[in-house]
Design a binder for this molecule. Structure first.
Ligand code: NAI
Length: 717
């Protein structure tokens, strides 16, 4: 049942409440946030507005969140479609809040409690049967904008309908991936995840390894985030770790593995000093000026950061995870020693816990992957290193609690691009079958770069007319880092200006060709320069919210030359003012921080969409492709006014405040030629090509390109 939730009241404006309120406001919900009084809610929300990384896609969204005091704003609670409680982790405080709000709740409203590990059943005590059937626990991960996992915890009294409705709502409308967990201490994430954090520290201390060594072993080498173990401790906060561990120790007296939740020596030392991690400015690591210091686990003093010097990690780095782990366990050095001490017991503990705390090994693994960023969860890892007699996963089957193989979850809406079968392989792209007559063109170049080879091959393919409706995307980690800078550098240094003209012309023609076909660009990661020019030639651009979109050509001393300047000119032809703003955006080489930010800069059109669910980009792109209609640029809108002068004025002001160099102004001058002087779309394209001829003859542009290719960073000269 779709409850059509629109209005959410979040209670408790701390780290989690503010983060949840921000996330829901980002998604377009009408959100109110309540705390004990006006001062408390304002102070807490002001802190949230300054959070790094930011909670909001665009800062203005913060102004849409209504702030209020719990005593006064009872009407807000009466109106809410969902009351989302996120106050302090104290059972008594939560219980008295629920007794206060129970009479106010609408009979069909969702009511949830956010907690790291309190028993949900206890929080529902004293409430009516109706309340208890609707009441459910949520365990959001911090920060909600960036971490998609949500553990959903029904009590034995929560109705099946509530679990179903809430899961469906959170997945479909709140950009979450839900794992339903049992109402046990710490649920899955904190029970097992916190234990594995503690246990890594105990192993490090026992074996006499350094924090750097353990972070190197328990980082990407073991398929985990760069933060490894000790950076993660500092990030989470040693005080929070201790609270969670104490809660588990008190509530799981019969679990023999909890003995490893006793505080490790170094953790106790830091905790006593108040050096509880990043929020205290120091923990296992400390910054002193430009130096990074780290704690010596034996002597318990800070010293300069040491290189881990573990050659075996580098030697195995390129292998797939399964091989790396198997080989790692056999190494005769510190890496092998640590892994043999750490990994087998970790897998054994997961096996011990699995039936008590989760509804299956797939759920368990998902929590560790989505909540802790592990490449594979403990059961998939057990399969990789052959830790158990029977495999937990076998193709699309998995082992259930009775030891039988049952079907794994079937969730086609969350398919990645690799889940669609390849039906044709070309040198620079694959064609994948998406179903219902939609195919995906997936570039296979490094960083999705539009190389000369890709442009030629894709043009020939599209001209052949073999594809009628498609999604344009990439198999790399980003949609596209842009056009082929290496080619441009070659043209400039060998003075092959005819090749340049031809290459650019082909690229512009490819954009025009794409624009005549029903197509959707599925954009994620970077979508820059030439990549954006092709994406925006598609009928619709569908972007993941964190996609960074823009036209940074000015940063390499050029202007958008694959139709980008022409498109921007055409789309901002409402008046002189709009064009001047565009001239600034292009001259500064602006790249948006995320998709919503890109809309603000005018990179996205009204028909373009942000796909907020992090795992639904390709399903949405395919659905959009089914109804896409091509939008080739037709006609031309003249804009009157003293545009040339206004743009020059704008540049001169930017130069005065140091935002543009003299060379930036020369680049800007070429942008101005296209924006202010073009008489048709074709003329604008010709002016783009001409700008390349002019700018690639400039030494400062060539220096910028070379610097970008060598360092990946812009040169301001
Ligand atoms: P916090 O301590 O930062 O914020 C709690 C807020 O609740 C404070 O602003 C406080 O003034 C307010 N509050 C207390 N009693 C209230 C009442 N009766 N009515 C209205 N507001 C009241 O706590 P945080 O970290 O935001 O945690 C909130 C909940 O989420 C806790 O249950 C916590 O265990 C859980 N959680 C926290 C995570 C984290 O990373 N901080 C992660 C996941 C869950």
């Amino acid at each position: 049942m779709d409850r059509n939730v629109r209005y959410v009241v979040v209670i408790g404006a701390g780290t989690m409440g503010s983060g949840i309120a921000a996330h829901l406001a980002n998604l377009g919900f009408d959100v109110s946030l309540l705390d004990v009084n006006d001062e408390a809610v304002k102070a807490a929300f002001d802190r949230a507005k300054k959070a790094r990384p930011p909670h909001f896609y665009v800062a203005d969204t913060a102004e849409t969140v209504r702030l209020g005091s719990i005593d006064r704003e009872t009407q807000w609670i009466r109106d809410a479609d969902w009351v989302c409680e996120a106050i302090v982790e104290k059972a008594e405080a939560k219980k008295s809040l629920f007794s206060l709000i129970e009479p106010l709740l609408r009979p069909d409203a969702f009511i949830s409690t956010n907690t790291s590990g309190l028993e949900i059943s206890v929080l529902a005590q004293g409430r009516s049967a109706d309340f208890r059937s609707r009441f459910i626990g949520t365990h959001f991960f911090n920060p909600p904008r960036y971490l998609k996992l949500l553990e959903l915890i029904p009590t034995p009294e929560t109705s099946a309908q509530t679990v179903k409705d809430m899961s469906a709502f959170l997945e479909a409308r709140c950009a979450r991936r839900v794992v339903v967990a049992k109402d046990t201490p710490g649920f899955i994430a904190n029970r097992f995840g916190m234990w594995s954090m503690y246990y890594a520290t105990h192993c490090a201390e026992k074996l006499g390894l350094t924090v750097e060594q353990v972070d190197a072993i328990t980082g990407p080498f073991m398929g985990r985030p760069r933060s490894g173990s000790f950076r993660l401790n500092d990030l989470v906060g040693l005080d929070i770790m201790e609270d969670i561990a104490n809660n588990l120790l008190a509530r799981c007296p019969d679990d023999p593995y909890t003995k490893h939740l006793a505080p490790p020596r170094s953790l106790k030392y830091l905790r006593d000093k108040g050096w509880i991690g990043d929020k205290a400015g120091q923990g296992y690591y400390r910054r002193e000026g430009k130096e990074l210091m780290s704690l010596d686990l034996q002597g318990l003093g800070y010293r300069m950061r040491l290189e881990p010097q573990l050659g075996s990690i580098d030697a195995l780095a390129k292998m797939p995870l399964a091989e790396r782990l198997r080989e790692g366990l056999n190494l005769r050095d510190e890496v092998g020693e640590f892994m043999r001490a750490y990994l087998p017991l970790t897998l054994e503990y997961a096996e011990y816990l699995k039936n008590d705390i989760s509804h299956g090994v797939e759920d368990f693994d998902r929590v560790m992957m989505w909540g802790f960023g592990w490449e594979a969860g403990p059961f998939a890892i057990a399969d990789m290193v052959h830790a158990a007699p029977k495999k937990y996963f076998d193709g699309d089957k998995m082992l259930d609690s009775a030891g039988n193989y049952v079907a794994r979850k079937h969730e086609p809406q969350y398919r990645t691009i690799q889940d669609f079968p390849i039906i044709a392989k070309h040198d620079h792209f694959n064609i994948r079958e998406m179903g219902d007559g939609v195919e995906a063109i997936c570039t296979t170049t490094k960083m999705g770069v539009f190389t000369i080879g890709l442009v030629d091959e894709l043009t020939a393919f599209l001209e052949d007319g073999k594809i009628s409706r498609f999604v344009l995307t990439s198999e790399a980690k980003s949609f596209s880092a842009g056009y082929d800078l290496q080619f441009l550098l070659g043209c400039a240094s060998e003075k092959r200006f005819d090749d340049l003209e031809k290459g650019l012309n082909k690229f512009q023609q490819l954009g025009l060709l794409i624009s005549k076909l029903p197509s959707v660009a599925a954009v994620f990661g970077f979508c820059l320069g030439g990549g954006f020019e092709m994406a925006t030639s598609c009928s619709v651009l569908a972007a993941q919210p964190e996609a960074q979109i823009g036209l940074p050509e000015a940063k390499v001393g050029l202007i958008p030359g694959g139709g980008g300047t022409a498109h921007i000119r055409q789309r901002n032809s409402t008046g002189a003012k709009a064009l001047v703003e565009s001239a600034k955006v292009l001259a500064l080489g602006t790249v948006s921080a995320n998709a919503d930010d890109a809309r603000r800069y005018g990179f996205l059109r009204r028909e373009d969409v942000t796909v907020y669910h992090p795992d639904m980009l390709f399903t949405e792109a395919k659905n959009l492709a089914l109804k896409a209609t091509p939008k080739p640029e037709t006609g031309w809108t003249d804009v009157s006014g003293p545009i040339t002068g206004m743009i020059e004025q704008a540049y001169s002001e930017l130069q005065k405040v140091g935002e543009m160099t003299e060379h930036d102004v020369r680049v800007g001058d070429q942008i101005k030629q296209v924006l202010a002087k073009s008489t048709s779309f074709e003329d604008a394209l010709a002016r783009e090509r001409n700008a390349f001829q002019v700018l690639l003859k400039e030494g400062l542009t060539v220096l910028r390109i070379r610097h970008m290719l060598e360092t990946g960073k812009p040169l301001k000269n």
